[in-house]
Design a protein. Structure first.
Length: 203
């Protein structure tokens, strides 16, 4: 069982840990590592910069989310994260409606794609540490009827790439090379490494 972060860190390091995300999936994953933290969603402009590579994009957003929350919660540790599904070097984002969800799933059908998942830890002194997980996921051919029903369920609408690996889409994923937790939304190995490096988790 994870220890509360205040009991792990001593002295001036005994500050709150804040997760700069509204995602219930990130909240559940972070709870595997630490027993106590606050959740404060970040409000930032998430539009990519023209020509920005996917890795740079997700890393920038993770840092900007953490810094946005740190700015209004000074003196505490803040974790920011971002996850993007990338097909042919293009970030798909989240579908805005059922039609776009269907288009995304048709594009992923029978192909492999990459999932970039970043994490940033901003300290009480404003310093930042970052890490990146890149995974490759392969979907087998998705039946058109399944695509339609899955889109109608509403599940794809708040998911990068229009699917959740921890949900019904898993029935069609034939291979994952990389981090399962990263594809879900928070790469635990990389996150734990940042927390250990900051003295917030035991070695």
């Amino acid at each position: 069982m994870s220890e509360p972060i205040d009991s792990i860190a001593g002295g001036h390091e005994a500050r709150r840990l804040i997760l700069a995300s509204a995602s219930p999936r990130r909240r559940e994953l972070l709870a595997i590592l630490v027993g106590e933290f606050e959740v404060r969603p970040a409000d930032i402009d998430e539009r990519p910069i023209d020509g920005e590579p996917p890795a740079d994009y997700v890393m920038r957003l993770a840092v900007e989310k953490a810094r946005a929350v740190s700015a209004v919660s000074p003196g505490h540790w803040v974790i920011g994260s971002d996850t993007e599904v990338v097909l042919e070097n293009v970030c798909l984002g989240k579908p805005r409606d059922e039609a776009r969800a269907c288009d995304m799933l048709r594009g992923l059908s029978g192909r492999s794609h990459r999932v970039y998942s970043s994490v940033a830890l901003v300290g009480p002194d404003g310093s930042s540490r970052t890490a990146l997980s890149v995974s490759e996921v392969r979907f087998e051919t998705l039946p058109e009827e399944w695509i339609r029903r899955y889109a109608e369920s509403g599940d794809p609408l708040d998911k990068a790439g229009g699917y959740a690996i921890q949900g019904r889409a898993a029935a069609w994923i034939s291979n994952l090379d990389g981090s399962y937790s990263g594809v879900v939304g928070l790469p635990l190995y990389e996150t734990a490494g940042l927390l250990r490096g900051a003295g917030l988790l035991p070695d």
